[in-house]
Design a protein around this ligand. Sequence first.
Ligand code: SAM
Length: 290
Amino acid sequence: MSDAATPGTLYLVATPIGNLEDITARALRVLSEVDLIACEDTRHTRKLLTHFRIQTKTISYHEHNERERATKLCALIASGTNIALVSDAGTPAISDPGYRLVRAAIEHNIRVVPVPGPTAFVAALIASGLPTDEFFFGGFLPSRTSARRARLAILRTLPVTLIFYEAPHRIAQTLTDAREILGEREACVTRELTKLHEEIARGRLSDLAAHFGNEQSARGEMVLVIDRRVIADDTTAHEPTPSIATLVAALEAEGLDSRAALKRAARAVGLTRAEAYRRLVAERAQARNE
Ligand code: SAM
């Protein structure tokens, strides 16, 4: 427990993910009352502020200057400046810069006040029609194929709805990988939520992979939502057993040491560590003989 003692406050202000009408009355008030707005892209945020006739000064805070800016912003807040953090769209710190600043603010005993509002994954989840009682939000999946497939394999046995952000040029491949690693499941791809070309595509992973394989469909900002269960009546559905060697290699590439990578890979495929190790040795021996 610690007492927030500094005179200034850090507000975390959500902004629209497309439709400007989604800004909250409180967000508008806070943005016009604070002394400074820290934003990912000052020109982008200036358009929003101009639309709402808000004249508050802005300062950049993005993934390339997070570390040193966090220190500077905390010093300003400690001396009495009230600062609002916004990102380009949606809720700051959700797959966006912000986390580091929040941590630094807490360490400096700064009061942190969330001003909630839109966030793309929640909008996607509630419109998907898939179970909302328990879900896992995985942010962006890794862009490298082997690492992406390894991440999916780790999530394969999680009995909750899975949610990911995905880039349009990768969506078809990710849907195909998900079909192969997770088995055929109901899913939903929401595209351009709250914008003019909003699309909510629901179907099986393989149907969606075919739909978004078309270049025209694969445009805009997207959220992928996947059901927790493999479709029972699908005769082609299978529970593939991913190669332990592939999983271990991908986890090592993500920075885990070989012991931790083996432990996580074993958990992902439901084996004990000893069984996983035996399979790893066998797979490596087979690979050498091929
Ligand atoms: N902070 C944001 C939030 O609260 O949702 C997320 C920022 S993240 C850098 C950007 C990703 O969010 C996009 O690549 C897309 O996956 C998702 N996203 C943002 N706006 C969206 C929209 N209008 N429709 C669908 N997905 C969106």
